[in-house]
Design a protein around this ligand. Sequence first.
Ligand SMILES: N[C@@H](CCC(=O)N[C@@H](CS)C(=O)NCC(=O)O)C(=O)O
Length: 212
Amino acid sequence: MQLVIGNKNYSSWSLRPWLGLKVAGIEFDEQLHNLYAANAREERLQWSPSGKVPVLLDGDVTIWETLAIAEYIAERFPLAQLWPQDPIARALARTVCAEMHAGFAALRTACPMDVRSRHAFEMTPEVAADVARVVALWADCRERFGIDSNEGEFLFGHFTWADAFFAPVVTRLVTYGIEVPAAAQVYMQTVLALPAMQEWLAAGELEVGAAP
Ligand SMILES: N[C@@H](CCC(=O)N[C@@H](CS)C(=O)NCC(=O)O)C(=O)O
């Protein structure tokens, strides 16, 4: 199985399936693609019909779109429990992943992922509203499904796709110095402390080149 990903410093969508596979201990080959190379789109099109990364290649199966990659991995490796076991928790985990996938446009546009940098940021009402929604969503998941777990401060008691989907939000809050309440900070530390997350951040530091 091969996962094609973009620059670790910049590619938020790539981080999500990469992190899920790593935390679950699923073996895969990593194909790193420079999103900013002169022929980048042509290169991506050899793997991905949408011309975007991440792309999962499994034999003659090609899966693009991060949500579909997450579902495919969860079905192929059910013991990894990348979705919660409880059907209600699982439905909510899928809901928040879909909300992340389709939403938070203001935060994503104003604060693009840039894990190795720290940027001054002047808050706008639109970004503040997105951050408030993220914080409320994390609190709701933690209160209903995460709080009694002894496996860590994850959204659903143990690491799931929901944590992978919000990992790039965690890095954005750090990069742009956006303050959040203490409970959200505890959750962020849990994500940042994952060895796989540390590995991604270290690789992002070492990457050469800056986005245009
Ligand atoms: N909806 C896609 C979004 C993927 C995406 O936008 N990937 C970016 C890198 S993070 C990309 O390939 N950008 C190149 C381009 O848009 O031309 C998914 O969920 O996987």
